[in-house]
Design a protein around this ligand. Structure first.
Ligand code: IPE
Ligand code: IPE
Ligand code: MG
Length: 231
């Protein structure tokens, strides 16, 4: 039974509410996305001290291609700019950064930025930062089913195909922006995740919100289907 809390947790974050943040200020949605990159930088910096060992950020879903072309290309430009700009600081902070999701549909400049960031930060041990770009939880389960090719794998072995061999299950899933849904994020990995929904729009999300969510998580009792540990 896995009743004890891990020291370093896997936190996953749905960074939602950029468009509404901008609309409230009379700004274009892209201004919200840009402000969202500043929030992402703050949260990555705060994560190790908050007790997070793995941090997965949802930046762009497979379904986000359905947005207007101008918003999609602004997002792609912001993503590659963010990855290139942050890489050096991430490496210095001992962060290993990697990207999950499909690469084949991304513009070349985003793929190049991902390759550089992953290579430059590969030695980091203070935090594993994972950024989900063109990501779909259902698609990653489907890809694992194809890779398993009919082999009778148990849930742990199949989970390694879905999530990656070195990635622990999600302990805490936080969604900013007020919505209470998963939007196709880490469906397998969140099987026993504790859920935390925060009304704060992503560009306003700061270290204090992250710390409050982790503190609340530390107070929860996880049972994984068994009985409370005192029973
Ligand atoms: C999250 O903010 C960023 C992405 C999905 C790329 P949104 O753009 O979804 O902002 P809202 O939810 O419309 O406010
Ligand atoms: C989820 O937000 C995806 C990301 C934050 C990248 P969405 O704004 O796309 O989700 P829905 O459409 O509200 O479910
Ligand atoms: Mg949204």
């Amino acid at each position: 039974m896995q009743s004890s809390l891990p020291d370093k947790i896997h936190a996953a974050l749905i960074m939602d509410g950029n468009g509404r943040w901008a609309a409230r200020r009379g700004l274009p949605r892209t201004a919200g996305h840009e402000a969202g990159t500043h929030a992402a930088r703050r949260i990555v910096a705060a994560a190790p001290a908050a007790g997070i060992g793995t941090l997965t950020l949802y930046a762009f879903s497979c379904d986000n291609w359905a947005r207007p072309a101008a918003e999609v290309s602004a997002l792609m430009a912001l993503l590659s700019h963010f990855l290139l700009k942050e890489t050096e600081d991430l490496a210095k902070a001992g962060v290993r950064a990697s990207v999950i999701g499909r690469r084949d549909r991304l513009p070349g400049h985003v793929r190049d930025a991902i390759d550089w960031m992953e290579r430059r930060t590969s030695e980091g041990r203070a935090l594993h930062l994972r950024i989900a770009i063109d990501y779909s939880g259902r698609q990653s389960i489907l890809a694992a089913a194809h890779a398993a090719a009919g082999a009778a794998l148990d849930a742990d072995a199949f989970g390694r195909l879905v999530a990656g061999a070195d990635v622990p299950p999600v302990d805490l899933l936080i969604r900013a922006g007020g919505e209470k849904r998963l939007s196709d994020f880490l469906l397998w990995e969140c099987a026993y995740a504790e859920l935390s929904f925060c009304d704060v729009l992503w560009p306003d999300f700061c270290a204090a919100h992250l710390e409050a969510a982790v503190a609340d998580f530390r107070g929860r009792e996880r049972r994984f289907g068994a009985l409370p540990s005192a029973a």
